[in-house]
Structure formats: C-alpha cells, structure tokens
Write a protein that binds this ligand. Structure first.
Ligand code: SF4
Ligand code: SF4
Ligand code: SF4
Length: 258
C-alpha cells in the first residue's frame, strides 16, 4: 500500500478529523501487524478513518508526524529502549499492540532461564545476536492503551481506532472467555479432558480457541479478579500435572505464577 498525500475528507462539506497513526515493531513475529494488513474486507473503511503515516510492513513512506503510535513486540535491547522512548515522546497516544507488547508474550519465556548467555548459545550457536531479558512496553514507557491477544483480533483494533477517532471511551472486556464460550454453545473442554484457561482469561476473542476444540492458553491475559490459585486447584483436581498447569499459565506472561 502506498500512502496517499494527506487529503482532507469531508462529509456534507464538513472536514473529517483523521488521526495520523503509525505502526512500529520491536521484538516480535510481526503477526499482529500482519493481521491489520490482512484485513481486506474492511481495510478501505479503516483507512478512511485514519491516515497511516508509518507502517514498514505495508508502505515505503515514513513520517514522524503521528498522533497514535501502535507498538508491536517486547523490548529486549538497549537500542530498542532508545527508539521506544523517542516514539513515546512523539506520540499523543501510545498503544501496546498484542501480547508481546502488553506483557512479554511468548518472548518472555526466556526470562525463566537464569543464564541468558547459555540461552543465546543454545538458540543462535555461532551467530550470537544482541538480545537481553524481555520487558513489556509498559515497563519502559507509559502506555495509554493495551490491545490484547496473540495475535490481536483485527475487528477489535478497528473498533478501538474508531472509538479513538470519534473521541468515545474504549471498552475492553473484563469478563472471562468462558462467558463467550457459553454464548457460543460450546461443550466445555474440561468435560472432554482438555485443559483450558477460559475461566481466568480476559474475553474479547469470541472464545476463538474453544470454538475450534482447543483449550485457551490465556493469550489475552487475566480477566478481572482472575483467581489463578483456584484455577490451579481445579486443574489439579481434573488430573492435570503441575508441569501441564504451569506450562499453560506461563506461556504468554499474563499470569504471575511465581
Ligand atoms: S503477540 Fe503474538 S502474533 Fe503478535 S507479535 Fe507477539 S508473537 Fe507475534
Ligand atoms: S471450554 Fe474453556 S472457555 Fe469454554 S466453558 Fe470450558 S473452561 Fe470455559
Ligand atoms: S481462547 Fe484464549 S488463547 Fe485463544 S485467542 Fe482467546 S484468549 Fe487467546
């Protein structure tokens, strides 16, 4: 996609306000940005709402004149800290996009190892790269808004951007995935012998995984008042091992297990 020259769109002759937005990736798989680009059905509508001025995955032009910065990925290097702080200074609104940005995501799994040099050697062998402990975006700079998920759900991002553009308040579900799962009339996976973190995970994905017969791994982080200890107890009673329970709870970094 090529950025159009800044044009003023009008409705009934009244100029429409289109915030300038930018997307930036840090340590990530870029899957969240890809979700946005993949959104063919509604991409044109989305682009009529905002003016995208920086999006490496989608366009060649670059501009620092943005109001809303979407940050994908976690922070693992000093140069990333410097870059993130510069973006924060430039943006009016900074949005953490996806689990890596919100709480470290799958990247934070390496923080479980005490010896990061050993981890680097195992992963990169004779081709070492500069990478340290993983931090969430909010551990480095103030974050105005978090959009959860691995990957994010594009419909949710569009709704949030629409609300931002219209100056409406942003509502993110606080209730658990189980509520959506029940509304979707799924058979509870626990009854089929499959672990699922739906009771303690923030909804908003429309119970994406249980709809396909897979248990929730908690990629959207904790729902309000999530009782992790009680969840562990229930999973134990259902016969799941300590290892299975911790593997699931630790996967995306949203739950504090230690
Ligand atoms: S949250 Fe998931 S999909 Fe998004 S960048 Fe991180 S690993 Fe990729
Ligand atoms: S399958 Fe998971 S999300 Fe659905 S009701 Fe059971 S525990 Fe909740
Ligand atoms: S069901 Fe759980 S793991 Fe799957 S998308 Fe929703 S929150 Fe993420």
């Amino acid at each position: 996609m090529r950025a159009k020259k800044a044009d003023t769109k009008t409705y009934l002759g009244i100029p429409l306000y289109r915030p300038k937005v930018a997307f930036f990736e840090f340590s990530s798989c870029e899957g969240c940005q890809l979700q946005m680009v993949n959104n063919e059905n509604t991409l044109l509508d989305f682009l009529s709402l905002v003016e995208v001025v920086n999006f490496r995955e989608a366009m060649t032009e670059r501009s620092d004149a943005y109001e809303i910065a979407f940050i994908e990925g976690s922070i693992t290097r000093d140069d990333e800290v410097k870059r993130l702080k510069a973006i924060r200074k430039n943006a009016k609104v900074l949005v953490a996009l996806g689990s890596c940005a919100c709480f470290g995501g799958v990247n934070q799994l390496k923080n479980r190892f005490k010896n990061l040099e050993w981890v680097k050697k195992q992963v990169y062998g004779k081709h070492p790269i500069d990478t340290g402990a993983v931090r969430a975006v909010g551990d480095v700079v103030p974050v105005n808004l978090m959009i959860y998920g691995c990957p994010i759900k594009k419909e949710e991002v569009e709704k949030i951007v629409l609300d931002l553009a219209l100056g409406k308040s942003i509502v993110v579900p606080q209730y658990p995935v189980c509520m959506e799962c029940k509304a979707n009339e799924n058979i509870c996976l626990f009854d089929l012998g499959e672990p699922c973190l739906g009771p303690i995970t923030r909804a908003g994905c429309n119970s994406w995984c249980p709809n396909s017969g897979a248990g929730c791994w908690g990629c959207r982080g904790p729902a309000e008042d999530a009782n992790v200890e009680y969840m562990k107890k229930i999973m134990k009673e259902k016969g799941f091992s300590e290892k299975t329970i911790l593997e699931r709870l630790d996967c995306f970094g949203g739950f504090k297990t230690k």
